[in-house]
Design a protein around this ligand. Structure first.
Ligand SMILES: [Fe+2]
Length: 279
């Protein structure tokens, strides 16, 4: 049997891996991650110890910019999980992982807004090249298709991201690549933000789990919503999964879904014109 070529960490896989890790912790003192790179949040969470939030990390290469965002952020990025087309230059990179709260429970519906330099180290400031936002799915997972970010003066290789859980503040941070010579000289570089990256064919696959400073009850056995209270066609409901084109009513008004998402409190149709339009 060949290894899973795309380590997407399905719910079943994640649970089984956690179970395996718990067994290993009890049975042996062998370091779990020796030689395998950075421990992912999904692994450390299995110890039951509350996780530290993902560290903040700003860009800092423009002295007049907001240090939280860096100089190259642009709002209103397109909703998309792929930043590339078949002709896009660069080494293909897929980044996947989960977003967890402090108790290591996955959070669905988290807004993740990525932006990065192209393979030549240039940011697209006139358009939205290598910019895109998405929402974690019902299992708290995300996948981004892009290229390995290019280098530009003063910085090591990195990908910018903003993450916002429903009803929470924004985490602005950066993801880094292992084994980069400039990691040692970039004053902003933070090893806690290293992705696990491996080569697959001519491309690369990276994984990273975010931990947001969102309080969760570690004894609550319920995970992300797996049984939406209502589906499309009825009254809008938090927790329901909607696809583009689905129709609901809210407050006696009919709405049509513009983007697939998991509905959450605060995202009522009148509040999020990016997700719903009247009609
Ligand atoms: Fe940057």
């Amino acid at each position: 049997m060949t290894p899973d070529p795309v380590d997407r960490f399905s719910e079943d896989r994640r649970i089984s891996r956690k179970t395996l890790l718990k067994a290993a912790l009890v049975a042996t003192a062998v370091p779990l991650f020796a030689g395998t790179g950075v421990a992912l949040a999904r692994d450390t969470g299995s110890t039951g110890v509350p996780l530290a939030p993902t560290p903040d990390c700003d860009d800092g290469d423009d002295p007049t910019h907001d240090q939280i965002e860096g100089p190259y952020f642009k709002p209103n990025s397109p909703l998309r999980t792929s930043l590339v087309t078949s002709g896009t230059p660069g080494v293909r990179l897929t980044v996947s992982g989960y977003v967890f709260g402090r108790a290591c429970k996955p959070i669905p519906g988290v807004l993740l807004d990525f932006w990065q330099a192209d393979t030549n180290g240039a940011y697209d400031m006139s358009g939205f090249g290598f910019r895109g936002h998405q929402f974690t799915d019902a299992s708290g997972a995300f996948t981004l298709s892009t290229v390995v970010a290019g280098l530009y003066p003063g910085r090591t290789r990195h990908i910018h991201v903003k993450a916002r859980a429903p009803g929470s503040g924004i985490l602005t941070t950066q993801l880094y690549f292992p084994d980069e010579p400039r990691n040692n000289t970039d004053s902003i570089f933070d090893p806690a933000l290293l992705m696990n990256v491996r080569s697959v064919g001519s491309g690369k696959e990276g994984t990273f789990d975010f931990v947001l400073d969102v309080a969760q009850d570690p004894t609550d056995p319920t995970g992300p919503p797996t049984d939406p209270p209502t589906g499309p066609g009825g009254s809008w409901a938090s927790g329901a999964v909607y696809r583009a084109g689905d129709r609901v009513t809210y407050g006696g008004v009919a709405y049509r879904c513009l983007q697939a998402h998991t509905a959450l409190t605060g995202w009522e149709p009148p509040n999020v014109p990016a997700l719903w339009e009247r009609g």
